[in-house]
Design a protein around this ligand. Structure first.
Ligand SMILES: Nc1ncnc2c1ncn2[C@@H]1O[C@H](COP(=O)(O)OP(=O)(O)O)[C@@H](O)[C@H]1O
Ligand SMILES: [Mg+2]
Length: 84
């Protein structure tokens, strides 16, 4: 897996919001569309990936994206087929 984790310096996810944050148009942010996390989750699913949310123990919202790593023989083959 390739893992990308980002963490912000805000108050973190509110526990009552967490069950809903991936629902399209769910937003508790002024001016929000509620589309950000639902679109990201869709993109990850389409690439057999996973998105995980939590509040960091030392504060802030933390988002982890996991994507399956392509094994090197496949990626070599892909590069070769592009070159020929
Ligand atoms: N970094 C964050 N910290 C705390 N809550 C967040 C964070 N990102 C998203 N949320 C919660 O999830 C909801 C949905 O987020 P998102 O899909 O990005 O839509 P939007 O940003 O337009 O509200 C937010 O309205 C908020 O309640
Ligand atoms: Mg957002």
């Amino acid at each position: 897996w390739v893992r990308c984790t980002v963490r912000d310096g805000g108050p973190g996810f509110r526990s009552e919001d967490l069950p809903h944050v991936f629902e399209p148009f769910f937003s508790k942010r002024r001016g929000g569309t509620g589309l950000g996390l639902s679109i990201v989750q869709r993109i990850l699913e389409e690439h057999q990936g996973v998105i995980r949310l939590r509040n960091h123990p030392e504060g802030g919202a933390e988002v982890t994206l996991l994507l399956p790593a392509v094994s090197s023989p496949v990626s070599t083959q892909h590069v070769d087929s592009l070159a020929s």
